[in-house]
Design a protein around this ligand. Structure first.
Ligand SMILES: C[S@@+](CC[C@H](N)C(=O)[O-])C[C@H]1O[C@@H](n2cnc3c(N)ncnc32)[C@H](O)[C@@H]1O
Length: 264
């Protein structure tokens, strides 16, 4: 047993995990040699990847502040990732202390770390769940403990849908979640794209990982917002979504689209 409560034999260090690669690229410590190797390969295949993941976190922070500022008090964050400062509940509760959050991720490592590190105040749930089974996520008792689906919800699908293949029908997944949300709810979504550079080498890195990287075009990503009304400025590269500082000169290279939309 390690000090952090993990039994070492439960940790799969034979293959890179998306959550741990992302943690490494963000400068975190919750990763293994296999993840660092994949992260370094990614940085060769896509030299902007480190500023890209930082820009994605910046988008997430601005979007959470926006939805909380619009009055939403419940957040369903699917594809949470390993805890990283500031976490979604910290951003949201700084703006409004009464916000409740359900964190859902299909990686047991994320689940364990999140359970250990996140507040157990009753306002936050941490759930091991899979986006590919959206009905099970919505019906999960730990999700229901903090999320009332009769009140507006901010659904966060940030840098996660690109881990679903077309065969896993990401459009139907989002539609199932949308149909569970009442009017006044928001979708906050970001997604990797190859629209700005050929990123097939980056996709090749993920072939060795526990999930594939499925880059999608602007039109494909926009289709995930069907049934929602876009919030200005619509779908843009993440640094350009309501920036609070001047976007860096390299922002145009970043291969993440992001947008926020409201269910009428
Ligand atoms: C790149 S991280 C994004 C973390 C955070 N949302 C952010 O944008 O900063 C992607 C996360 O999605 C999770 N994930 C991948 N496929 C998933 C699935 N089918 N269901 C739930 N979570 C998934 C991974 O385990 C990982 O923690």
């Amino acid at each position: 047993m390690r000090q952090d409560g993990f039994r070492a034999e439960e940790i799969d260090t034979s293959r890179p995990h998306p959550a741990r690669i992302y943690d490494y690229l963000l400068g975190g410590k919750d990763n293994y040699e296999v993840d660092r190797h994949a992260g370094d390969e990614l940085a060769v295949a896509a030299p902007e990847v480190r500023i890209g993941v930082q820009a994605n976190r910046g988008f997430l922070q601005r979007a959470v502040r926006y939805v909380v500022g619009s009055g939403v008090r419940q957040i369903l964050d699917i594809g949470t990732g390993l805890p990283t400062s500031p976490n979604v509940h910290e951003i949201a509760q700084e703006a409004a202390p009464d916000v409740r959050i359900a964190y859902v991720d299909n990686d047991p490592i994320v689940n364990t770390y999140a359970n250990a590190l996140l507040s157990r105040s009753g306002a936050t749930s941490v759930v091991l769940g899979d986006l590919r089974d959206p009905r099970a996520v919505v019906d999960h008792p730990e999700v229901r403990k903090v999320i009332d689906f009769d009140e507006p919800v901010a659904l966060l699908l940030v840098a996660v849908l690109h881990f679903l293949t077309d065969a896993e029908k990401p459009g139907e997944v989002v539609a199932t979640l949308r149909d569970a949300l009442p009017a006044g709810s928001f979708l906050v979504l970001s997604h990797a794209t190859g629209d700005f550079a050929d990123r097939s080498d980056a996709q090749a890195v993920y072939k060795k990982a526990t999930a594939s990287l499925n880059l999608r075009s602007r039109a494909e990503v926009e289709s995930f917002f069907d049934g929602f009304e876009p919030v200005e400025p619509g779908l843009v590269q993440v640094p350009f979504w309501r920036p609070d500082t001047e976007p860096s000169p390299r922002s145009g290279e970043i291969g993440f689209y992001g947008g926020v939309a409201r269910k009428a």
